[in-house]
Write a protein that binds this ligand. Sequence first.
Ligand SMILES: Nc1ncnc2c1ncn2[C@@H]1O[C@H](COP(=O)(O)OP(=O)(O)OP(=O)(O)O)[C@@H](O)[C@H]1O
Length: 316
Amino acid sequence: MIELNQLTKTYGETLAVDAVTFTVRPGVVTGFLGPNGAGKSTTMRMILGLDRPTAGTALVNGHPYAEAAAPMGELGALLDAKAVDRNRSARNHLLALGATVGIGARRVDHVLESVGLSEVASRAAGSFSLGMGQRLGIASALLADPGVLILDEPVNGLDLDGIQWIRSLLNELAAEGRTVLLSSHLMSEMQLVADHLVIIGRGRILADTPLQDFIDSSSTGAAVVASPEASRLAGLLAGEGVTLTSREASRFEVRGLDAAAIGEVASRHGVTLHELSSSAASLETAYLALTRDAVEYAGTTQQTSHQSTDQPGEAA
Ligand SMILES: Nc1ncnc2c1ncn2[C@@H]1O[C@H](COP(=O)(O)OP(=O)(O)OP(=O)(O)O)[C@@H](O)[C@H]1O
């Protein structure tokens, strides 16, 4: 478990992390989402004891991580996948890391296998692609079998297969009862990987919610219809409680009737349909709605707020 309480960091005039309070619980994959410069890395660095908080606390399993008796076995982290000796093979890199805490070749080979690097284990880490480097970074984090994992942008550089692989790996780790926190500024990838979301913008927590609840909260409940006879169909659908919004000559949105009801009307009157879908909400639409509000809020308080210049919606 990771518990942050009023965690704050200022760099000179910049308020990088602003009184952040949230708990990362075991058993689920928690995504830490926010645009570039929102404060994700600074928060993670404070959890790891690499940056000293200006105020507030960050506890791992009830104590500051710097005070952990067996740090590698308590928490595994991937911060910068390129932070390896480029001339060392992947296997030797892990062996050297393991030697500091009494971990031997058997565990190293097991971890290499679980991240899919067994076949390239003797190749120099410097020759690795970005995605392979990420896998090696994840192997390092997993080496001492920690109960808590913190991964900064782990999906970076992975192809679709890699993303699917990391999704099942993280789900397995969470299902084993581990605490898993990963950051990303990419919503589409986060949507694929996380169960729970903590969203940060300009150093402040904007949302702390199950991913699906967050997506559902922005669902418009609209259906999208495309037909070469769009205006005739619109006339047939029009009625009390039904709102029609035209996007293009042959395409419109319907609120107040679901896709099944629209399909039945079209079929009864012999109207050809080219498209009929429920407009599915996505993490992206929910996130844009949330950060739009945050930008407006920030706009109205600009006189009194000071340090940060990064807008929550800037990376969207
Ligand atoms: N060492 C530092 N010195 C001064 N300012 C810093 C330092 N580290 C971070 N900042 C500032 O703090 C703010 C938060 O940065 P941080 O790197 O934590 O954001 P982030 O959400 O991790 O962004 P990214 O997705 O780009 O990694 C930014 O305004 C950044 O410029």
